[in-house]
Design a protein around this ligand. Structure first.
Ligand SMILES: [Zn+2]
Length: 117
């Protein structure tokens, strides 16, 4: 019973690093970054007053993908407040995979320039 209800939690959310986001350390750090950045998106200036999943809900982004590195993960200098829209548009793709692939900030797939000549 317990397994059936809880067994699906692993692998959800932020993938391989989801356990890092469930700690009290992270939750405290996340709040302190949002306060430091005055609940303002550091990319587009939107006031982060929304609640997830609205586009103006606050997301704390790792500027350099931490790839599971705890020092990078917990370094306030590597963190910035973003709105969900900016975060989902650019940062998350590389963070989720652990390497940069997928779309650039304009939504075009990376590497597509190499396909055409
Ligand atoms: Zn934004």
């Amino acid at each position: 019973m317990r397994l059936r209800r809880n067994g699906v939690v692993k692998g959800r959310g932020r993938g391989a690093y989801s356990h890092l986001y469930r700690t009290k350390d992270w939750k405290d750090l996340r709040l302190s970054v949002l306060e430091r950045d005055r609940y303002m998106c550091q990319q587009c200036g939107t006031a982060l007053t929304g609640k997830a999943p609205s586009s103006d809900s606050p997301v704390v982004n790792h500027k350099t993908p931490h790839k599971g590195n705890r020092r990078l993960f917990h370094d306030p200098r590597n963190l910035e407040a973003l709105c969900k829209l900016c975060h989902d548009g650019s940062a998350q793709a590389s963070e989720r995979r652990g390497y940069t692939v997928g779309c650039d900030e304009h939504g075009f797939p990376l590497g597509i320039a190499e396909w055409s000549d």
